[in-house]
Design a protein around this ligand. Structure first.
Ligand SMILES: *Cc1c(COP(=O)(O)O)cnc(C)c1O
Ligand code: SF4
Length: 352
């Protein structure tokens, strides 16, 4: 097969991922949200399965036209905290830079789906200069997080320029990339790109977005190996998605596969209230039950923190299960991995 990305419903029909009878129904979806189903991910799809977890993430569906009343175009309130175009400053020590609006894959559940796309509103040179000046003026900014879109889609030349400029700002100690490229198009993690990422004075971290163990194909693992082999620490970001990974075994396989690929699972994101994504959402209680199961069954290395980004721009907080309760009598009890509770501190005489 050619190394092509399917970007139209017609192309998805020829990949046998969309029925030709459904093309009309997808017209409206396509007008709103871009399609990019990269060759590497298409090849991972099990064509005989009805709801293949890879296909569900990259093949558009008419369900995306169903907007529920609690959904919003800017689900995590980026606009409220954007003093300069493309820069979001919500937490004191770190800023997001949305340097690029295009991605190698357009995930159907994307929380920034109203902003990303090939024709999205990316930062131009003037915006980047303004953002760098903003960062330079604020010594509290310790970390710059490059996101988008997918920042690793930028050319090595543009990345070098950006990283050089950040390296001029002494208080920027860490530069973090948020990317899906190692999973979406692993051959684009070239030695040249790895060279660019391993050069800066600041410590570079790469956060890899992956939602299913099958995404960590041999090629994807090899791409991670090139990054980790160059000394770049890798962390994993996963979105909890109905029908894709909302089974304990599925998350267990994914997080183990990440650890094997030298990716430390960092966050399991509760899905944001992005328009037309209600078919992907599960209740928070379901996510908590999954986290409880994982805690009792997998290595601590393979356990991310379950996070909710509070709608309206209030930031992210952990929403995993709690193991501690304090009762009316002022006693603290802690639940163990088998569901049994114990007093803390323990008492030899009192009730358990
Ligand atoms: C998610 C996010 C970050 C990064 O948060 P961490 O908890 O450090 O991963 C930073 N800034 C903004 C605006 C964010 O939404
Ligand atoms: S790679 Fe990230 S930014 Fe791009 S579509 Fe997927 S979730 Fe959205």
């Amino acid at each position: 097969m050619q190394n092509t990305t399917a970007t139209t419903p017609a192309a998805l029909v020829s990949e046998r991922l969309v029925d030709s009878a459904d093309v009309d129904a997808l017209k409206e979806v396509v007008e709103k949200y871009a399609i990019a189903a990269p060759r590497h991910m298409i090849d991972l799809i099990d064509q005989s399965a009805r709801n293949d977890p890879i296909a569900m993430q990259i093949v558009p569906s008419a369900a995306e036209l169903v907007i529920s009343s609690d959904e919003r175009p800017d689900p995590i309130g980026d606009h409220t905290f954007s003093p300069v175009k493309g820069l979001v400053h919500r937490y004191p020590d770190r800023v997001l830079l949305k340097v690029h609006s295009a991605c190698a894959v357009y995930c159907r559940f994307c929380f920034r789906r109203e902003m990303v796309g090939p024709s999205g509103d990316a930062m131009d040179e003037t915006d980047i200069t303004a953002a760098l000046a903003y960062i330079e003026d604020r010594p509290d900014i310790w970390e710059v997080i490059l996101t988008g879109g997918d920042p690793l889609v930028l050319s090595p030349q543009r990345l070098t320029k950006l990283l050089d400029a950040l390296d001029q700002i002494d208080h920027v100690q860490v530069v973090r990339f948020h990317t899906r490229l190692p999973v979406a198009a692993p051959d684009r993690i070239t030695d040249e790109l790895v060279g660019v990422l391993s050069k800066p004075r600041a410590t570079v971290y790469v956060a890899i977005h992956s939602n299913h163990a099958r995404e960590l194909s041999d090629d994807a693992v090899a791409a991670c190996d090139r990054l980790a082999g160059a000394g770049i620490p890798l962390v994993g970001q996963t979105v909890l998605l109905k029908g894709v990974n909302d089974q304990a075994a599925s998350l267990e396989d994914l997080f183990r596969a990440m650890v094997r690929a030298r990716i430390t699972p960092y966050y399991l994101h509760h899905p944001d209230l992005a328009p037309g994504t209600s078919h992907f959402r599960v209740p928070i209680e379901a996510g908590q039950a999954l986290m409880k199961h994982l805690l009792g069954n997998v290595s601590g290395l393979a356990l991310p923190t379950y996070m909710l980004d509070i709608p309206g721009g209030y930031g992210k907080v952990p929403v995993g299960p709690s193991y501690l309760t304090t009762t009316d009598d002022g006693l603290t009890r802690v639940e163990d991995i088998n569901g049994k509770t114990h007093r803390y501190p323990p008492s030899d005489s009192g009730p358990a």
